[in-house]
Design a protein around this ligand. Structure first.
Ligand SMILES: Nc1ncnc2c1ncn2[C@@H]1O[C@H](COP(=O)(O)OP(=O)(O)OP(=O)(O)O)[C@@H](O)[C@H]1O
Ligand SMILES: [Mg+2]
Length: 301
């Protein structure tokens, strides 16, 4: 569906290498999170897909068409929601969406536009000037604009930045439905729990290079071999007495809680050690790392 190989981008005149040999294949139906710190190269990659930035080296194919030689074909297949909402159109929402449809030679799609506005909670803004929309409304307008030609792939560059929490959840539902109806989706976000909720594949980009690319479940599984176990006792603990657990990095919290870092396969041994000391615990919690924990540890590796 989308094939990127050895893609590089150097911005002149400072020779800033924003992308350094990125290779990425996206299959039909995937929902991929593209994660990375500020300046990692996410928007550069998306702008190349959108045809707004020229690549320096490498190959990009969308639906089998090369972006350089088949700009119009690739634009029909992909819809891009840009990060930048700084559009100062003089048009109303409806006029802008009709104009965008016209760009693809689509007419008589008023009903579909109404549907889009309805699902994105913009119906009452249909005839408002875009300039007068709030930041969160502009984001939603840009999603509608990216979808007017019913693209097979939707790429969203931080669609929920600056969107209030309730509307963010509404957008999640919208994107889940869109994905279920067959659209391939790539999403960048700084809200990692958003990627955890929505995506099935996680790609992490760092200083222009892909440093992780895995199915989400596998990534979490790989990092979950070690868990945090928290025992709650009904008596105060003394750190000097915890030396027998030194292999598990014992931490005492609030005097009566003991936290250990344990490989899952060593859990039985830990329980044995504790029961041999006749330390009866009154409560127990086992925590797996979240995608956010995993993301941070990959970024700082
Ligand atoms: N038009 C440009 N001219 C020169 N350098 C640029 C340009 N656009 C981006 N860069 C540089 O390229 C690098 C990657 O920027 P990019 O916008 O792709 O990052 P990003 O991952 O989208 O970050 P953010 O999370 O902040 O949106 C940065 O060092 C940035 O300063
Ligand atoms: Mg960006």
């Amino acid at each position: 569906m989308l094939s990127i190989s050895n893609l590089s981008k150097t911005y002149l005149p400072d020779k800033k290498e924003a992308l350094k040999g990125v290779t990425l294949d996206i299959e039909k139906g995937e929902f991929t999170a593209l994660l990375g710190q500020n300046g990692a190269g996410k928007t550069t990659l998306i702008n190349i897909l959108a045809g707004n930035v020229l690549k320096t080296e490498g190959m990009v194919k969308i639906g089998g068409y090369s972006i350089g030689s088949h700009a119009l074909e690739t634009k029909r297949i992909i819809g891009i929601v840009p990060q930048d909402t700084g559009y100062d159109f003089v048009f109303s929402v409806y006029e802008a969406l009709k104009k965008q449809s016209g760009y693809f030679g689509i007419r008589h799609n008023g009903e579909y536009i109404d549907e889009l506005l309805e699902s994105l909670y913009l119906t009452d803004k249909k005839f408002s000037n875009i300039r007068g929309l709030s930041g969160g409304m502009k984001k939603r307008f840009l999603i509608a604009k990216a979808l007017v030609h019913r693209p097979k792939i939707l790429v969203l560059d931080e669609p929920t930045a600056g969107v209030d929490i309730e509307m963010r959840h509404t957008l999640y539902d919208f994107l889940i439905r869109l994905h279920q109806s067959g659209t391939t989706i790539i999403l960048t976000t700084h809200y990692i729990e958003e990627a955890e909720k929505l995506c099935d594949r996680v790609v992490i980009i760092d200083s222009g290079r892909i440093i992780a690319d895995e199915p989400k479940t596998q990534l979490i599984e790989n990092f979950s071999r070690k868990v945090t176990v928290e025992f709650q006792f009904d008596f105060e603990l003394d750190s000097a007495d915890m030396a027998f657990l030194n292999a598990y990095n014992p931490q005492i919290e609030e005097k009566t809680k003991l936290r250990l870092r344990v490989l899952k396969k060593n859990l039985p041994e830990v329980f044995q050690l504790i029961s041999r000391r006749n330390m009866e615990f009154v409560d127990l919690a086992i925590e797996k790392p979240t995608l956010e924990d995993i993301y941070l540890s990959i970024i700082h590796r």
